[in-house]
Design a binder for this molecule. Structure first.
Ligand SMILES: Nc1nc2c(ncn2[C@@H]2O[C@H](COP(=O)(O)OP(=O)(O)O)[C@@H](O)[C@H]2O)c(=O)[nH]1
Ligand SMILES: [Mg+2]
Length: 237
């Protein structure tokens, strides 16, 4: 296994070094690719500094805030041009806790996509109000019902793809950004018949920096689910 973590960043200067420390203390030989959108707070420069002295760290700079979905797509392409076998999605704000990485890697031995689930026994959220919990559970229920997917958490962004899965997807045709992006990739992997597994994760709210999620992201997901349902994304896309 040669795993790579792709972590998109926009203004995560307070978190990025803590993230590196957390990851490498758990999985010392993993690689990390930071995809930074020219963060005004200098996150990209902090990552560059680390990369200069640490061969496990790589940085992809983009010219401005172009969105989470395209940041992941750029990171996936970078990974596929190299010899990584497993590619993680992971937020930089420590809501995705490095301590779970070994659980993902274990599950990935016999699954081609592993999803971090806040809804499995042992998983959950910390610091969330009732409204956000209902939205998250409701979002997964809505998606499961319309797309007939058997997984327990479809909007999360802590996941691990075998490279075969990403190779099989036409990455340029993925247009969505937020929760919809997560749903769309899992849907496409499922439709292609890849084996998808889940591991429980506790998701604490970020303690430093600000969330970049918006109402648009929510509505994008609500409509995307129907687009996926009717487009079908047959097995060759
Ligand atoms: N490169 C890049 N990263 C982004 C962008 N928007 C959000 N992120 C990063 O994506 C991750 C998740 O975003 P976050 O704001 O924590 O979303 P939330 O956890 O749903 O509130 C964090 O690491 C952000 O820094 C973007 O436009 N470009
Ligand atoms: Mg977050």
């Amino acid at each position: 296994m040669k795993p790579l973590i792709v972590t998109p960043t926009y203004n995560e200067a307070d978190n990025i070094n803590r993230l590196f420390e957390g990851i490498f203390s758990v999985v010392p030989d993993i690689h990390v690719l930071v995809v930074d959108d020219n963060s005004p707070d200098g996150t990209g420069a902090i990552a560059d500094e680390r990369a200069a002295s640490d061969p496990r760290v790589h940085v992809l700079h983009r010219e401005g805030k172009l969105g989470l979905g395209t940041a992941y797509i750029a990171g996936f392409k970078w990974a596929l041009e190299r010899d990584y076998t497993h590619i993680f999605e992971m937020d930089a704000d420590l809501s995705h806790q490095p301590k779970y990485l070994p659980d993902f890697l274990k599950k990935a031995e016999d699954h081609q996509l592993v999803l971090g689930s806040r809804a499995l026994p042992g998983g959950g959220t910390e610091g969330w109000g009732m409204g956000r919990k209902v939205l998250s559970r409701g979002g997964t229920l809505y998606t499961r019902t319309i797309l007939w997917l058997p997984y327990t958490d479809l909007t999360g962004g802590f996941k691990c793809f075998h490279r075969e899965v990403l190779e099989s997807i036409d990455l340029d045709s993925v247009q969505s950004e937020g929760y919809a992006f997560q749903i769309e990739l899992t849907w496409r992997a499922h439709r292609r018949g890849f084996k998808v597994g889940e591991v429980p994760i506790i998701f604490p709210d970020r303690t430093l920096g600000n969330s970049k999620m918006s109402k648009n992201i929510f509505w994008e997901a609500v409509t995307m689910v129907w687009k996926l349902r009717f487009a079908g994304y047959p097995k060759n896309s």
